[in-house]
Design a protein around this ligand. Structure first.
Ligand code: GDP
Ligand code: CA
Length: 317
């Protein structure tokens, strides 16, 4: 059994821990196809927030409270950079985390593709699943916001971290997507999957950039495996983060049904065969052409999440 999961960062990583727990029990293999739209360069270093969230969470090295970065982090370099007034001062990199970005940037500069770099970094963290970036090519999510002279496009991280989503997003643009190609292994993983899962990641800025890589969406819709998505929205609100602000920008109702309909039924040009929604909060969710199943969707611990994954795979059959 080969399970393939499309995922963003923190929410997706939590889901992947449940997928791994399920796979451990059943002997399945897992491939994670990870969003790279959040990637950015800071202080000369290439930072891949979602790949790192997945790698650290599965490697048991993530900070559980903060939700991102390394546990036991220290901030000496950040404070020294502040001493120089170095910009950007709104994006913090911890000392432990910095080593990851140094190794990554050194390898990228030497000519290794991001997929090979990710594989090398994962040798340390042993995530127990194959971690693939969606693409090796530059693909960055930018946000169109009102500016002084009309509108301007800013990097997703600037919108999310610096402005905390407060500047009204009019549009999300995946810069570089037109000429991006799926990373090595991505198309093969989708073609050989026995089930494809969409993690309860942000649909607009975590899943959509993955599907914006030309050919990748077709690889998914043309796969022989069933596709089951898990709702990131419970009772009309994101569990964590600002998915509501992102959904508003693309005119999608912030609800389990709204996101399910946005993905759409595979038979009708969409992606989904099945859709999991929260049993207590969204018992009446409905997506035309898609089998909707209600289960508890709170990822409180790995065992609970693994039961959610089992329900998704049951629905897939
Ligand atoms: P990011 O890249 O770090 O923003 O993380 P993701 O895009 O992978 O995940 C963010 C999404 O995870 C948010 O929209 C949350 O609503 C969702 N999420 C977080 N915790 C839970 C949970 O316990 N259950 C469900 N169903 N969704 C969750
Ligand atoms: Ca992200």
């Amino acid at each position: 059994m080969h399970l393939v999961v499309l995922t963003g960062g923190v929410g997706g990583a939590r889901f992947l821990r449940g997928v791994r727990a399920h796979a451990h029990r059943t002997g399945a293999q897992v491939t994670a196809i990870v969003n790279t739209g959040d990637d950015l360069s800071v202080h000369g270093l290439r930072v891949c927030p979602d790949l790192d969230s997945v790698m650290y969470a599965l490697g048991g090295a993530a900070d559980p409270e903060r939700g991102w970065g390394r546990a036991g982090e220290t901030w000496t370099v950040r404070d020294e950079l502040a001493g120089y007034g170095a910009q950007p001062d709104w994006f913090s990199l911890g000392d432990r985390d910095l080593a990851t970005h140094l190794v990554r940037t050194t390898m990228l500069t030497a000519g290794y593709p991001l997929s090979a770099v990710t594989e090398a970094l994962c040798r340390r963290w042993q995530p127990g699943v194959r971690v693939l970036p969606a693409t090796d090519d530059r693909l960055e999510t930018h946000v169109v916001v009102p500016g002084e002279a009309g509108t301007e496009a800013i990097h997703f991280q600037q919108w999310w971290v610096r402005h905390r989503g407060a500047r009204p997003a009019q549009q999300f643009v995946f810069v570089g997507a037109e000429s991006a190609k799926p990373a090595p292994g991505v198309s093969e993983a989708l073609a050989t999957a026995d089930a494809i899962l969409l993690a309860p990641s942000n649909p607009v800025v975590s899943i959509a950039p993955i599907l914006a890589v030309p050919g990748l969406r077709e690889d998914l819709t043309g796969a022989r495996a069933p596709v089951v998505g898990v709702s990131p929205i419970i009772g009309g609100a994101p569990v964590r983060g600002m998915a509501d602000a992102c959904l508003a920008a693309v005119d999608v109702e912030c609800s389990a049904s709204g996101v399910g309909r946005m993905y759409g039924a595979r038979g009708a040009g969409g992606l989904l065969d099945g859709w999991l929604v929260d049993a207590a909060a969204d018992p009446d969710a409905d997506v035309p052409g898609v089998t909707v199943r209600t289960v508890p969707l709170w990822m409180t611990d790995d065992a609970t999440t693994a039961r959610m994954v089992a329900a998704a795979l049951e629905l897939a059959q």
